[in-house]
Ligand binder design. Structure first.
Ligand SMILES: [Zn+2]
Length: 332
């Protein structure tokens, strides 16, 4: 399918930005708009285009001043959390990680970002072009009882799905990670993220993570700081760990032979959380590594390409030994 080019006519010139600025000043100043605009002369205005393939992560930067307390985006019905910029040599502002789900419809979609300053809220409009990814088609032959569940298996699977959904609905309201991302296992990356799966001749859900082949017992490291939200032994994922990194960002590690962390425990980037195994529905020992970002299933390897290397400044410290911040509490 042909993906439409971004509509360049929407891009506002610096002149247009100045017009908006003058208009804002003349109308009594809707927000500190001049500060929003002034910080990005190169961006050429408040409206920008972003572009990425299905399963990728886009870094959205909104320049702000000291008066801005909260920034939040909406994209395809999902809420995108923003956090204050803390990278060295970067201008002041808020950053949001926009995950493009592996099944997001290719085409141009709006991203609206609300910027709160005191009592005022300004809405910024961006457009995001989702580019179709050519995912592989994978044919798998598995024992029938691993694909077609009996009544007991089906009930167990449903209960497990429910448990995961509930646990992951309670996002921590602060960003818990502070450094660059770590590859959990240095093994053979199979490149099957997003692949269409045909199991014993029947089409199934796409593969929502990446599989990394490694010998059983290989150490599995946490990709970044976070809190263990779930430590499970489930019918398909086997022994698995769900890490909550805050602000709707989760990483998952499945088919482990051994779990080395407990629910509620705070972990550090690179900390060994388990060992590679073949528990659950697995054809051999490997790590299934998955990432969910504000509800979008993204390629976990996209994390390693993010411009967050080394230790950042002024990130929220991870809580020790207790679940992260209360549900529903306002973000700092
Ligand atoms: Zn997998």
């Amino acid at each position: 399918m042909k993906v439409p080019e971004p509509r360049q006519t929407l891009r506002r010139s610096p002149e247009w930005s100045r017009v908006l600025l003058v208009a804002a000043v003349l109308s009594g100043g809707i927000l500190p708009l001049e500060l929003l605009l002034g910080a990005t002369p190169a961006a050429g205005g408040i409206e920008e285009h972003y572009r990425g393939k299905q399963g990728n992560i886009l870094v959205i930067k909104v320049p702000t001043d000291d008066t801005v307390t909260h920034v939040q985006g909406r994209f395809l019905g999902r809420t995108i959390s923003f956090f204050p910029e803390s990278r060295r040599d970067e201008s002041q502002g808020f950053v949001g990680l926009l995950g493009l789900d592996l099944q997001d419809e290719p085409g141009t979609h709006p991203l609206t970002v609300s910027v709160k300053s005191g009592e005022r809220t300004l809405t910024l409009n961006y457009s995001v072009v989702v580019v179709k990814e050519q995912f592989r088609v994978e044919h798998l032959k598995l024992p029938r009882d691993k694909v077609d569940l009996d009544e007991t298996g089906l009930a167990r699977w449903k209960a497990e799905q429910q448990l995961v959904q509930e646990a992951l609905a309670a996002d921590s309201q602060v960003r818990l990670w502070q450094s660059g991302f770590v590859e959990p296992v240095n093994g053979k990356r199979t490149g099957i993220f997003g692949s269409v799966r045909i199991m014993n001749g029947q089409p199934r859900n796409p593969h929502n993570g990446e599989d990394i082949g490694a010998p059983p017992g290989t150490d599995v490291a946490a990709t970044n700081d976070g809190v263990v939200r779930l430590a499970v032994d489930h019918i398909f994922s086997g022994k698995g760990v769900y890490l909550d990194h805050g602000l709707g960002f989760y990483s998952m590690y499945f088919h482990l032979s051994e779990l080395l962390v407990k629910e509620g425990e705070a972990v550090k980037a690179g900390q060994i959380i388990g060992k590679v195994g073949a528990t659950g529905r697995a054809t051999g020992p490997h790590l299934h590594w998955g990432v969910k970002l504000n509800g979008a299933r993204v390629n976990p390897y996209a994390l390693l390409d993010l411009p967050f290397k080394g230790v950042m400044e002024s990130a929220a410290p991870a809580p020790v030994g207790e679940p992260a911040a209360a549900v529903g509490a306002p973000a700092p």
